[in-house]
Ligand binder design. Structure first.
Ligand code: GLP
Length: 241
């Protein structure tokens, strides 16, 4: 694991954006694994700026998102498809037909998960996977105790994750407690991984990921075994190292 510690979340976003931009410049038809949540938002803004400036183009890129809520339609405000449309896809030159987010309304979710895995294989795997980390050490929606060999499937969210993500939902709004997520092994097969974490509330999970034993209790700790994983932190998230 390569650990990069920077002063603040702006520097984390700028550094992360540079890595992803370099990846796309080197391989314009890169297959990108993308994440939602607060962590990558500023990075997406930087990517939008770089595309607008003509420094990089996503026109040949293919993307696969990590996860989606079960029960939310793609056009629901809180769906991860909507998040991606709003924060990235509609602001850059990626072709929408090249973007993939699991279908939260699939009638046969098991079949949909198998097809998602197949689509990743059909594109010869993910070149560059972007990740955040949950306060409990989850990656994607692979909650603690997830199998380290898991593939794309449905997971029940922990109370902590439901509470952590409640800020995105109105009080009267349905908040799913199930999600579809790429598995831990699916994520680990990416050729390169970059995880971003900022803020003191991530410090304990970051310590467990980097200094703890590799264990399903902290799913992100599996990244210790990845040959090309970069962890980009601000000083607050690195505070317990
Ligand atoms: C969410 C997502 C993860 C994300 C994590 C951290 O539940 N499923 O992919 O990395 O939690 O979110 P945030 O970046 O908002 O702290």
């Amino acid at each position: 694991m390569r650990i990069v510690i920077l002063n603040n979340s702006d520097d984390v976003a700028a550094y992360g954006a540079q890595l992803i931009i370099r990846q796309i410049q080197t391989k314009p038809d890169s297959v990108l694994g993308l994440a939602t949540g607060s962590s990558p938002m500023k990075l997406y803004d930087k990517l939008v700026e770089a595309v607008a400036a003509g420094d990089v183009s996503l026109s040949q890129c293919v993307s696969f998102n990590l996860d989606e809520y079960v029960g939310l339609a793609p056009d629901h405000d809180q769906s991860y498809r909507s998040f991606m449309q709003k924060h990235l896809f509609e602001r850059v030159d990626i072709r929408i037909e090249n973007t993939h987010v699991p279908d939260g309304l699939a009638l046969d979710p098991e079949d949909m998960c198998a097809q998602y895995e197949q689509a990743i294989r059909d594109h010869h795997g993910i070149d560059f996977q972007l990740l955040g980390i949950g306060a409990n050490g989850h990656i994607g929606f692979n909650e603690p105790s997830s199998s380290l060999r898991s593939r794309t499937r449905i997971k029940t969210l922990t109370m902590q994750t439901v509470e952590d993500n409640a800020r995105f939902f109105r009080a009267d709004e349905f908040q799913p407690e199930l999600a579809i997520t790429m598995g831990i092994e699916t994520i680990m097969e990416s050729r390169q991984i970059m995880l971003l974490a900022t803020g003191e509330h991530k410090a304990a999970a970051v310590k467990a990921m980097i200094e703890g034993p590799v264990s399903a209790s902290c799913p992100a700790s599996i990244l210790q075994f990845h040959p090309k994983a970069t962890i980009v932190l601000d000083t607050a998230a690195a505070g317990q190292l």
